[in-house]
Design a protein around this ligand. Structure first.
Ligand code: 0X9
Ligand code: ZN
Length: 324
């Protein structure tokens, strides 16, 4: 009942998830982890067979932490749809659902997302941050400049504000006043650090766009890797191969620091270090082009993108299941 292939507003995403909970209460439960600055609920679904069984291992997927990266929430919603629709029909999906609980928050930054939908003017359509209240700072030219928004993917407490982040509120990579200053990042931290999930997470995937990259930690510094780098790389290789087998889309593998540039305070690095999650990846979806036009993925490419991405993610889910 969700119009896949079209971008929708946040209310439509919420309606889709609440409808799923209503029709499949044994498979899905709404998780409300917080409220944004503008008062929107930060909601997702916990999905799995015996969803209320809290001894199961968990697998996290989020999207749209960056406002303009619209294809990412679409991908997370599609995964919800495939998990629910495939249960009891598709043996692979049934196996996943029997053995794991998925925690899926399709749109972490709903304020920013709605703002980016509100106009085609580039400074609005290409908005990246959340919509936190104005903060002011002296500009280099003299005089006070005030701007809204914190880059949520610079606001986690992993080497917070050390590299590739700004202390200027007018920057698109403003890290905020302190780690977890924002309701969206604080909600993720509080939820995943709670007794229920603290030591339960084996997989953490955060979906972004664009560039066709399968990024693993750590991304705050070049050539700096976790101890289990071999495992992370091998699973990433399987994932990009599975993904390529669908339509031939090619992904590159590496850390954000090595493939893009160093940036600290990201949720992926935090999940690896603070939550000690085994398999942590940040996926930069299609397209590959190095133009800012890439944030506006053609609607015709949406469905192929979500299909191939889910194939790639299956390799990560399978790695988690094989290890347990
Ligand atoms: O800069 C980012 O936050 C990500 N790229 S994006 O174009 N979607 O903004 C890459 C983040 C890589 N991971 C970390 N820096 N932790
Ligand atoms: Zn992003």
């Amino acid at each position: 009942n969700y119009p896949f292939g079209e971008y929708t507003n946040y209310a439509t995403m919420l309606r889709f998830m609440r409808t799923i909970e209503f029709y499949y209460p044994h498979l899905a439960k709404i998780i409300r982890i917080g409220t944004t600055h503008e008062g929107r609920p930060i909601e997702g679904l916990k999905i799995g067979y015996h969803v209320s069984n809290s001894t199961k291992r968990a697998f996290w997927i989020d999207g749209n932490i960056h406002a303009r990266e619209w294809a990412s929430s679409h991908t997370a919603l599609f995964i919800i749809n495939q998990l629910i629709g495939g249960y009891g029909k598709d043996p692979t999906i049934t196996h996943y659902m029997n053995n794991l609980n998925f925690l899926i928050i399709p749109c972490l930054n709903s304020d920013g997302y709605e703002y980016s939908r509100s106009s085609f003017s580039p400074d609005i359509r290409l908005w990246r941050k959340n919509r936190s209240p104005e903060k002011c700072a002296n500009s280099v030219w003299g005089g006070l400049r005030c701007c809204q928004g914190v880059d949520l993917n610079r606001n986690f407490n992993f080497y917070w504000a050390q590299t590739g982040a700004s202390t200027n509120p007018c920057s698109s990579i403003f890290a905020g006043d302190k780690a977890f200053s924002e309701p969206e990042t604080k909600a993720v931290n509080d939820f995943l650090m709670s007794d229920e999930f603290r030591f339960k997470l084996d997989g953490f995937i955060t979906i972004h766009s664009y560039g066709q990259l399968f990024i693993h930690p750590y991304s705050h510094e070049v050539e700096y890797y976790p101890n289990d780098i071999r495992k992370l790389e091998n699973v990433a290789k399987k994932a990009v191969e599975k993904l390529r087998n669908v339509y031939g889309t090619q992904y590159r593998i590496g850390t954000g620091a090595d493939l893009l540039s160093p940036a600290s305070g990201g949720s992926d690095d935090w999940a690896k270090e603070s939550l000690d999650t085994k398999y942590v990846y940040l996926i930069e979806l299609r397209p590959q082009l190095e133009l800012s036009r890439g944030f506006i993925l053609n609607q015709e490419e949406l469905i192929p993108t979500v299909i191939e991405t889910f194939e790639g993610i299956k390799a990560v889910i399978e790695a988690v299941l094989e290890d347990n």
